[in-house]
Design a protein around this ligand. Structure first.
Ligand SMILES: Cc1cc2nc3c(=O)[nH]c(=O)nc-3n(C[C@H](O)[C@H](O)[C@H](O)COP(=O)(O)OP(=O)(O)OC[C@H]3O[C@@H](n4cnc5c(N)ncnc54)[C@H](O)[C@@H]3O)c2cc1C
Length: 462
């Protein structure tokens, strides 16, 4: 039995009977829907798709794949499908149905099954006055985001989401369901915290944080003011406490009817920021930027789940490509290079070119941290373009590359795991020491590269 037999539906009866979830092969009703990633630019055509309904299903699927010599690509939403190698001949193991979340308000922790998306956690956590370390989008998967580090709106205060993971339940490439935490499976526990993981995660446990007040919002300025606003924002980032996380951003909004009329189809330079504290102090902190006279100012006291609206990410699947190198600094020359490529009158196809402010807790090694214990960079560049028509793909890719290259002199050495949308090994998205340890762990747990991951690590040679 091999991938060809499986694609033809031969020998799958045992798997279909053994699991509560569903199995699809090419040509069957449901296959096309089950293989579809959130990133619509990615056309994944696996030999078989398994939609697991439980951790036991995941273990069955992994054992089945092992027994039949096929590789396994774990996936939740497919937001991060861009960098994956082609899945021909492989099993796409989707955890989409596994979305149960429980909150322990006394312990200030959450347990999220592998298919949960961030709004599944942030909304119930907020009912207890707690916040999770979610990112910009409520629909991004908790697991993929966290395995790649996880940079969110509270990152300068509380660090990467990966550093707040307290335990992972996962199925090893051999098909064993194990728990990895500070006392068990130390290598697997280390690898899930920013190294992309080893095996198939079935649930994560993580710390939550009490949030008294949260003052956050966007300042919109016409794109013609790109240089002035980005220079002012950059200077402002030197002055703010760790409780402030922010981005300076050049954004082209689509003419979408769901956008407020004054924003529809327009280009802006924006500052987006969140302050963990009261509105009075927040307004004082924001004053230097407000003095610039934004066209629109949305700052207000908000509950933590509303952070998911700040960045205005699309809530439905879209075709896109992006890049995300860490920057050691973002000085005046870098700002001018960015504005020259994506500012006013450039005709860029990129929907968003943004720079996030790092530092704070991100710069301090998390106690007992994992594969991304800290970030040795002060800013993160992100360039993203939508590709609504296939003939735009090459131009969007070239412009993304050009923006990344233009800031080459300030690259910090590696890219951010979660924003590297081009196929690249884990060595391109992790500190060198982390990559070497990941290779050792891979050699011990998955020497045959059974698991296909977003940014693979090649097993260390004996
Ligand atoms: C609109 C948008 C907004 C975003 N905002 C942010 C942000 O603010 N901060 C940030 O850090 N990132 C952000 N990202 C990037 C995002 O974190 C990555 O794309 C991440 O990989 C998405 O995780 P997922 O589970 O949704 O995606 P998936 O494509 O399902 O998973 C991505 C990868 O994670 C691994 N993986 C997923 N599930 C499992 C599992 N159960 N077991 C083992 N491995 C698994 C696999 O390697 C998989 O290929 C954003 C992406 C988008 C599209």
């Amino acid at each position: 039995m091999n991938a060809t037999d499986i694609t033809a539906g031969r020998g799958l009866e045992a798997l279909r009977t053994a699991i509560a979830g569903q199995v699809f092969v090419p040509g069957e009703d449901g296959y096309d829907q089950a293989r579809q990633a959130w990133n619509l630019a990615v056309d994944q055509r696996p030999a078989v798709v398994v939609e697991a309904g439980s951790a036991a299903d995941v273990a069955q699927a992994v054992r089945y794949a092992r027994g039949h010599g096929i590789r396994i690509a774990p996936q939740g939403t497919g937001h991060g499908a861009g960098p994956l190698e082609p899945l021909d001949g492989a099993m796409l193991l989707r955890t989409t149905r596994m979305r149960r979340v429980s909150i322990d308000p006394a312990a200030r922790t959450a347990r999220a099954e592998a298919g949960a998306v961030w709004q599944d956690v942030t909304v119930p956590a907020a009912q207890h006055g707690l916040a999770a370390l979610a990112g910009s989008s409520p629909t991004v998967g908790v697991t993929g985001y966290t395995l790649g580090g996880g940079l969110g709106w509270l990152a300068r205060r509380y660090g990467l989401a990966a550093s707040s993971v307290t335990a992972a339940e996962l199925v090893t490439p051999d098909g064993d369901l194990v728990r990895a935490d500070a006392d068990h499976e130390p290598d697997l526990f280390w690898a899930v915290r920013g190294g992309g993981g080893i095996g198939v995660v079935t649930a994560l446990e993580m710390r939550l944080y009490p949030v008294g007040e949260l003052y956050a919002g966007d300042l919109f300025f016409p794109i013609q003011r790109a240089a002035e606003v980005l220079h002012a924002w950059r200077a402002w980032t030197d002055t703010v406490p760790d409780e402030v996380s922010s981005q300076g951003r050049l954004v082209r909004l689509p003419p979408a009817p769901q956008l407020p009329e004054p924003l529809r189809g327009r280009a802006f330079v924006k500052v987006e920021a969140a302050y963990l504290g009261d509105a009075g102090t927040g307004a004082e902190l924001a004053r230097p930027l407000r003095r610039l006279g934004p066209e629109l100012d949305t700052f207000a006291t908000i509950p933590p789940p509303a952070l998911g609206q700040l960045h205005m990410d699309p809530d439905q699947p879209v075709p896109f490509h992006g890049a995300g190198p860490f920057l050691s600094d973002f000085p005046a020359a870098a700002i001018d290079a960015l504005v020259g490529l994506a500012g006013p009158d450039t005709g860029t196809l990129l929907a968003s070119v943004e720079v996030g402010h790092l530092g704070g807790a991100l710069a301090r090694p998390a106690p007992g941290g994992g594969a991304q214990p800290s970030i040795d960079a002060n800013y993160l560049l992100t360039a993203v373009g939508a590709m609504p028509a296939p003939d735009l793909a090459a131009a969007v890719r070239a412009q993304t590359r050009a923006v990344k290259d233009a800031l080459g002199p300030w690259h910090a050495g590696y890219d951010y795991y979660n924003f590297a949308e081009t196929p690249a090994p884990a060595s391109a998205v992790l500190p060198p020491a982390s990559y070497r340890r990941l290779q050792e762990i891979k050699a011990a747990y998955d020497p045959g590269q059974v698991i296909i991951s977003a940014h693979p690590a090649w097993p260390a040679r004996p």
